[in-house]
Design a protein. Structure first.
Length: 253
């Protein structure tokens, strides 16, 4: 059994192909966790969560690249949903300095606010940290009161950053990028314990080899597990078992 801790099943590239969910289940990926982006993705996400209640689980949050002039209104929508429905996590939240830093200050405000809500509702956080990993670590550290838990989604940082993250009690989300020839992740993972890793696809993005450049989907999680086993020199079944247990612990609130 596997868990995909981060998949955008509702994305327009995937939503028209609902067979993707059954393919994942057939591949042993029995649970899939869906991060939210903004108010425009909520309906599609909740529709899948309601249709597949034992397989598909929704998060609630405002993604940093969706933070614009109207971010306070978007945050109010997040807060309203957190009050009225149970979610698996607060996510996808964080900072993204790669595409645009016009709203950098607002991203930080939104990140900190959503961490506070996660603590209030006893939920884990799922962090997007593109070109901003150290800033995200520093903010998490400032908020860590012993009750905050979560995952740095699509981790691509250094061994030192991985050390800081795991010392904070957070997991590293590992996906298809690990399988790419020029990836530096294999060297980093050799310095990390499997007890700090969860698997993810970030579908429809970042498909693992041999599907790189094509649409990703949750059924590819076993390909990532195989690569993790190879890199960390562990039995494949141990990787499947331990990363699943890690994900279960992450989302247990």
């Amino acid at each position: 059994m596997y868990i995909d801790t981060h998949t955008h099943l509702y994305d327009e590239q995937l939503a028209a192909d609902e067979n993707q969910i059954q393919r994942a289940i057939d591949a042993g990926v029995t649970r899939m966790y869906m991060p939210n982006c903004d108010s425009g993705t909520i309906d599609g996400m909740l529709s899948l969560a309601d249709k597949w209640p034992t397989n598909c689980f929704a998060m609630m949050g405002l993604h940093p690249t969706y933070i614009k002039e109207n971010y306070t209104a978007e945050l109010a929508i997040v807060e309203r949903w957190l009050k009225q429905r149970k979610f698996a996590a607060v996510g996808e939240i964080g900072l993204d300095y790669y595409w645009d830093v016009t709203f950098k200050e607002q991203q930080i405000i939104a990140f900190e606010q959503q961490i506070d809500w996660a603590l209030q509702y006893n939920l884990p956080i799922v962090i997007h940290s593109r070109s901003s990993t150290q800033d995200c670590i520093d903010i998490v550290r400032s908020k860590q009161n012993g009750n905050l838990k979560g995952v740095f989604h699509c981790f691509s940082g250094t061994a030192e950053e991985a050390k800081q993250i795991t010392e904070l009690g957070f997991y590293l989300g590992i996906g298809g990028a690990l399988t790419y020839k020029k990836s530096t992740l294999p060297d980093v993972l050799k310095q990390v314990s499997i007890t700090h890793i969860v698997l993810e696809t970030d579908a429809p993005y970042l498909a693992p080899t041999p599907h790189r450049g094509k649409r990703n989907e949750s059924s590819y999680i076993p390909l990532i597990a195989v690569k993790v086993a190879e890199v960390m020199e562990l039995p494949y079944l141990d990787v499947a078992r331990i990363t699943t247990a890690n994900a279960e612990e992450l989302f247990r609130s």
